[in-house]
Design a binder for this molecule. Structure first.
Ligand code: GLU
Length: 568
């Protein structure tokens, strides 16, 4: 048997108090005094306090906007408070400018925080709202835990650290021969509790750093019922791990910061990704140790995507994950938020169909209608939702939206649009305002392809005639119609000319007659129209041809017809 040192006596209050003093000599504030600095909020009955707590390690992704929207809705729908807390405790993973980028991106989507970090500081009296600035607060509670025999330091000498990080050790762990021995690991963990005050003094004098560990009293085989507001009724085991509360630089781990911050900020509902569910036993224990009331939890399922028929997690690298991509592609924030709502609550679309003029913020969002297993991200659906939103915009709104986007992402296109705003707006007015508005594009990035042909600089013929088209007929139709075209014609007169041209070259002007006996004609007025359409727009599909020709004006309509006829 090896000679092991005795365990530290965590029941000895004097020893614990002395240990706390040794570790945190500069902490003079008591937990009660600290808590008193953040008085309970005066909010209406049932008001929810929620927060979005991103780590500034990169861009905002769709999987982040999703829970944010839940937090925002629950807070604001209940007359509560929505907080932005920046969890910047991991300097190594932090990406410069990421916090600002997150703040700006959230603002772009119209997500409004009542309190928290802002681009140039913060608002609210429950801060600081950046964890890196809350060091002294965490230490107050860390000291208290040590004093109560619920936490202890674990010193690592420089040599030990070196050994732990050595490549030998890593290779050993990676090798196939390495087996995890749970019992040995547990003993090793408990061995960390073998120390006395003199050891601690000596280590501190040598300038060694320590991590602070919780002294767990949990038994992993004991399970407790727990209700997650999304996942439902669960059985959560106790935590039996002496996990780290403060890292060796004195900075808290996520677990410890979560408990302290959400208590002091008065969070009522913790809304976060389901990847945190396995850590819940630690959090339940910490809240208990600290004497804090446990908030309600909502663990949001990961967003999935369909890949080759199988469901997979939407990863950060996937198309549609990075919210900056949406901006680049030109999805209006309103469209994206509309799509988020359809994913969040299964009855949202139905509600919106019944309340077409209401905003998504009027929708009675319900936790119960959220998916427990993960919704499916679908770009095509986003496109459809966006088209439904944009088709209700006025021509002016479309013009403003496209120009704003194009100024940043396609300046040449922006210049064309801004050269003659009235001209551009008349194009956007085609098919708008009626009962069945056109749904041609779902993103600003798709607009150029839809209406670029209105600009000579962008016009080109991209489609081909269907096989079997008589090119000689096309030429004749184009030249003939070009001569007759008059921009002053009303729609009937215009169409009569097309019909007459059709008849002249053996194409049925009456669709009924054509359908009754197609063999009696070379084709129909629909074919003749498509000849004209291709020459004028470059495509076989386009907005209303009468409007297109009217807006383009006689000169350009004629020129395009003649030049195409000559090219053929
Ligand atoms: N910083 C954590 C994350 O980004 C926050 C989790 C939480 O909301 O508590 O995953």
């Amino acid at each position: 048997m090896t000679d092991k040192k005795d365990f530290f006596d965590f029941t000895n209050t004097e020893a614990c108090a002395a240990l706390a003093e040794l570790l945190f000599p500069n902490v003079t504030e008591s937990p009660e005094e600290c808590i008193a600095r953040f008085p309970a909020r005066k909010l209406p009955e049932g008001a929810k306090v929620t927060r979005f707590a991103p780590s500034p390690t990169g861009f905002l992704h769709f999987g982040g906007l999703f829970p944010t929207t839940v937090g925002e809705r629950l807070a604001h729908q209940s007359g509560g408070v929505f907080i932005l807390r920046i969890e910047d405790t991991d300097a190594k993973r932090e990406v410069e400018g990421a916090a600002e980028n997150l703040i700006n991106t959230l603002a772009h989507y119209g997500i409004k925080f009542d309190e928290g970090a802002t681009a140039d500081g913060e608002t609210g009296i429950y801060g600081p709202y950046r964890q890196s600035q809350r060091g002294p607060i965490y230490h107050v509670f860390a000291k208290q835990l040590v004093k109560e025999g619920k936490a202890y330091p674990c010193f690592t000498t420089a040599e030990e650290l070196e050994k732990l990080n050595s490549s030998d050790k890593k290779e050993e762990i990676k090798s196939k021969d390495w087996h995890f021995d749970a019992e040995a690991a547990r003993e090793q963990m408990l061995d960390q509790r073998r120390f006395d005050l003199d050891d601690v003094k000596a280590s501190l004098e040598k300038g060694e750093n320590f991590v602070l560990r919780i002294k767990t009293d949990g038994d992993v085989s004991v399970k407790h019922p727990f209700t997650d507001l999304i996942k439902g009724n669960l059985e959560v085991p106790e935590n039996d791990e002496d996990f780290v509360l403060l890292k060796s630089d004195g900075i808290p781990t996520y677990h410890f910061a979560h408990a302290v911050d959400d208590r002091l900020m008065g969070t009522t509902h913790v809304i976060r990704g389901e990847e945190w569910l396995p850590s819940l036993p630690k959090h339940i224990q910490l809240f208990k140790y600290l004497g804090f009331k446990l908030p309600k939890y909502m663990h949001i399922a990961q967003i999935m995507k369909l890949e080759n028929g199988a469901k997979k997690k939407l990863s950060k690298r996937d198309m549609g994950a990075n919210m900056n991509d949406y901006k680049r592609m030109g999805y209006a924030p309103e469209c994206v938020m509309e799509y988020v709502m359809t994913l969040l609550n299964s009855n949202y679309e139905e509600w919106h169909a019944q309340n077409p003029d209401k905003k998504y913020t009027d929708f009675p969002f319900s936790i119960k209608k959220m998916s427990t297993s993960g919704c499916l991200f679908d770009f095509a659906k986003l496109g459809d939702v966006s088209k439904n939103v944009l088709c209700k915009y006025t021509a002016d709104q479309i013009y403003d939206g496209v120009c704003e986007w194009a100024r940043e992402f396609d300046p040449e296109f922006a210049a064309l649009l801004e050269r003659d705003a009235d001209y551009a707006k008349s194009i956007f007015a085609i098919g708008r305002g009626g009962k069945k508005p056109r749904k041609d594009f779902g993103a600003w990035g798709e607009v150029k392809a839809y209406m670029g042909f209105f600009y000579d600089e962008l016009f080109n013929i991209t489609d081909n005639f269907p096989e079997g088209t008589d090119i000689e007929d096309v030429k004749k139709v184009l030249k003939d119609f070009a001569e007759q075209f008059d921009a002053a014609d009303d729609q009937n007169a215009w169409f009569d000319k097309i019909k007459a041209t059709a008849e002249k070259y053996g194409y049925a002007s009456d669709m009924k007659a054509y359908k009754a006996s197609p063999e009696s004609f070379k084709g129909s007025v629909a074919d003749v129209s498509s000849f004209l359409r291709l020459a004028v727009t470059g495509r076989l599909n386009s907005p209303d041809m009468y409007e297109v020709m009217r807006i383009l004006g006689a000169d350009r309509v004629k020129a395009r017809m003649i030049s195409y006829a000559d090219e053929l």
